[in-house]
Design a protein around this ligand. Sequence first.
Ligand code: MN
Length: 203
Amino acid sequence: MAVYTLPELPYDYAALEPHISAKIMELHHSKHHKAYVDGANTALEKMAEAREKGDFGTIGKLEKDLAFNLGGHLNHSVFWKNMAPDAGGEPEGDIADAIADSFGSFEAFKKQFDGVATSIQGSGWAVLAHDSVSGRLVTFQMYDQQNSVPVGTLPLLQLDMWEHAFYLDYLNVKADYVKAWWNLVNWQNVNSRLSSLKGVEIV
Ligand code: MN
């Protein structure tokens, strides 16, 4: 029995057009996201085999495989819920207050996030997260599916900046993809994520 499973999207593949095409959504969910789910399950299965054999010669590689693939599974699961048709605009409620407190204003946050997203070197994600140490919000660039993540942060809003996320629609023009994506941000989802994460105390 698989530990990780591919979640259903909360909308149709074509629901995010014209900002993200149905073709990208179908490939991205049914092929890319599925590969991460399968990869994470495979890593766990191989770790179980290693324990049965008492042979941990490959454990270092398996840990890297788990980190990469579980990252891919979590990141995409959050990303799908972070978007909705006919969304975008400015946040309201607690998330709006937290953004203003942490970044000065929504406009300042948006410019910072644009900069974070468009300056990623190679494959990665732009992330708005709750920092469980300070209780504030932070942005960061996550490389690949798991690298350069400040420890103790939990994701609120994630934007996939891997080329597979935009190349069919926007070719190399990352800024146009990011600009279109703002029209899809489901602030209600980001707000409810903040509600459930902000009580988490790590230190
Ligand atoms: Mn992706």
